[in-house]
Design a protein around this ligand. Structure first.
Ligand SMILES: *[C@@H]1O[C@H](CO)[C@@H](O)[C@H](O)[C@H]1NC(C)=O
Ligand SMILES: *[C@@H]1O[C@H](CO)[C@@H](O)[C@H](O)[C@H]1NC(C)=O
Ligand SMILES: *[C@@H]1O[C@H](CO)[C@@H](O)[C@H](O)[C@H]1NC(C)=O
Ligand SMILES: *[C@@H]1O[C@H](CO)[C@@H](O)[C@H](O)[C@H]1NC(C)=O
Ligand SMILES: *[C@@H]1O[C@H](CO)[C@@H](O)[C@H](O)[C@H]1NC(C)=O
Length: 495
């Protein structure tokens, strides 16, 4: 039983000038996978991970285009190549480097191409290991990587979060100048090896760069581009990473940090301002090349519960509404609380997956839509009521409403909020609901009445008692209403 039903008017234009194209990239909701675990996520071309493939396929169908998968992260800057390894990865490789603890072998590269056909990839080369084994790794892996990625390459990446090298992989006084010198040096060697191994792939080399850890990075991106000059001319995507906070940071809670529109606006706002300050140094597009809820792999009880699914949807829609952030890469690593699924032992779909599916449904055909926030009426709370419109050719075609009030299952009664949106008079809408018993639940989650669990190898299964494609109709004045429970969200699609 509803504790209360409140009404709020979501005001937005029902039409926009068709010329206002936002120029987002396709498959806005894309992935980043920690390099050392990539073979577990993907399997190999000959023996692919069917569970991952089905889950990705659902995201592809929702968005209408293949994903872009960035393979990289901290482990890319640790990975040492050992030609004698018989496994794709290993935790030591004494033949190559007795000091190495993350190693890759030749068969690592058999995982490129194991995800659904059309997937495009980026491979992250090691920059941080600045010694003979790092240099040998680059020389030995360029031929393997380029052959594996031929025809399915999005871009290359060299180094990860160089701002965090300061005082760990490098001295305390590691500077922009030193970083740029190392990056230029490494990309020169990389391009030389590419010319030898895959001359057909040298015509249009593209880099994602500089992949700093946050907009507050101690190595400043405008300064990096300024110092790089011509060396950065092949950079097509400026990548800056993001986390809402840290897994063990005091004060981080589900309601205040994740299920909170104001917190999301504040986090993304730093990227918008940063992108604007970078734009005068490079024409490259801005992406969040690695991100998730909380750094350090996420926090159990926060990053792996239904509230994190609502956060992922909210974050994606607000980022798209900026028009400045062209694509998101949600970071995945095996065993981390923030992962969308566990690809191996045990295979398991995790709550964040459902948020990506809902976001992808709203953002379908992201390169052809324009996303706007809905200005909410006086009866709403800017922290917890969040609304978006998606326009195609200037016409409002999709609406999303998120009720981010935390409701935990087992509590007394669940409140609801009735949102009324201004649309075309008498237009019909199909409502797809993202729901679960409560914000802290880890199971019994559905989107539009379907579950995508391991039991069905990630394929959709209709769940009894949950609605699919609810229908609502606008009145003659163009008001359409939808009721959304606390800790629930809907995507409405114009029929
Ligand atoms: C290279 O540097 C890494 C750390 O960055 C270290 O673990 C490894 O032992 C070094 N290898 C050599 C050959 O110096
Ligand atoms: C890169 O740096 C190494 C080590 O300082 C140096 O030996 C090499 O000549 C440099 N290569 C290029 C292409 O600048
Ligand atoms: C939402 O986040 C903002 C900004 O961090 C904070 O001021 C506010 O208290 C949070 N709201 C809730 C309901 O926790
Ligand atoms: C799933 O959630 C529904 C509420 O949507 C609840 O009635 C049902 O008991 C839950 N099922 C399980 C197995 O937890
Ligand atoms: C319906 O639309 C009218 C006219 O645009 C508006 O004044 C009214 O407040 C709306 N009704 C609701 C319930 O929001």
């Amino acid at each position: 039983m509803a504790k209360y039903t409140a009404t709020a008017l979501l005001m937005l234009p029902t039409a926009l000038a068709a010329s206002q194209a936002s120029g987002l990239f396709s498959s806005y909701v894309s992935l980043s996978i920690e390099l050392i675990g990539f073979p577990q996520w993907a399997g190999t071309r000959d023996s692919r991970n069917e569970f991952s493939n089905n889950l990705i396929d659902n995201l592809v169908k929702a968005q209408g285009s293949p994903l872009v998968v960035r393979v990289g992260g901290n482990s890319a800057d640790r990975a040492i190549f050992d030609a004698s390894l018989t496994t794709p990865t290993a935790s030591s490789c004494k033949n190559a480097d007795p000091g190495a603890w993350q190693c890759i072998g030749t068969s690592f590269f058999d995982s490129y191409g194991a995800f659904p056909e059309g997937t495009r990839y980026s491979h992250n080369f090691n920059l941080a290991t600045w010694n003979s084994s790092g240099f040998n790794t680059l020389e030995a892996t360029v031929p393997l990587a380029c052959k594996a990625l031929r025809g399915q390459l999005e871009y290359f990446e060299v180094g990860n979060e160089p701002d965090l090298y300061i005082g760990s992989r490098r001295a305390q006084d590691y500077s922009v100048a030193q970083y740029v010198s190392e990056w230029s040096n490494t990309t020169s060697r990389f391009e030389e090896y590419l010319h030898e191994a895959c001359p057909d792939m040298t015509g249009n080399i593209k880099y994602m760069f500089p992949s700093v850890s946050s907009p507050g990075s101690r190595l400043r991106v405008p300064g990096i581009f300024n110092a790089a000059g011509d060396a950065a001319k092949r950079v097509t995507q400026v990548s800056v990473h993001n986390y809402m906070g840290g897994a063990t940071q005091p004060g981080v809670t589900l309601q205040a940090t994740l299920m909170n529109h104001t917190a999301v606006v504040s986090s993304i706002g730093k990227h918008v301002a940063y992108a604007q300050s970078i734009a005068e140094y490079t024409p490259a597009d801005y992406v969040i090349g690695e991100h998730n809820s909380l750094y350090g792999g996420g926090a159990a009880g926060l990053s792996d519960v239904f509230g994190a699914a609502l956060w992922g949807m909210e974050f994606s829609l607000y980022a798209a509404s900026t028009g400045v952030i062209k694509r998101l890469h949600f970071h995945q690593s095996v065993g981390s609380p923030y992962a969308a699924w566990s690809p191996v032992a045990p295979v398991q779909t995790k709550p964040p997956y459902y948020g990506k599916l809902a976001a992808g449904t709203f953002l379908a055909g992201s390169d052809k839509i324009q996303v706007k926030t809905l200005s909410l009426g006086s009866d709403t709370d800017k922290d917890v009521d969040s609304g978006y419109g998606a326009y195609i050719n200037g016409e409002l075609r999709r609406v999303a409403a998120l009720n981010l009030r935390e409701f935990d299952s087992g509590s007394q009664s669940r409140g609801t909020k009735k949102y009324t949106v201004k649309v075309s008079p008498r237009s019909s809408w199909v409502v797809k609901r993202l729901t679960a018993p409560g914000a802290r639940d880890q199971t019994n989650i559905t989107f539009n009445g379907f579950a995508y669990e391991a039991a069905s190898i990630g394929k959709p299964v209709k769940v009894a008692g949950r609605t699919t494609d609810e229908r609502v109709k606008a009145d003659g004045k163009g008001n359409v209403s939808v009721t959304v429970a606390d800790s629930e969200a809907v995507v409405m699609i114009r029929a």
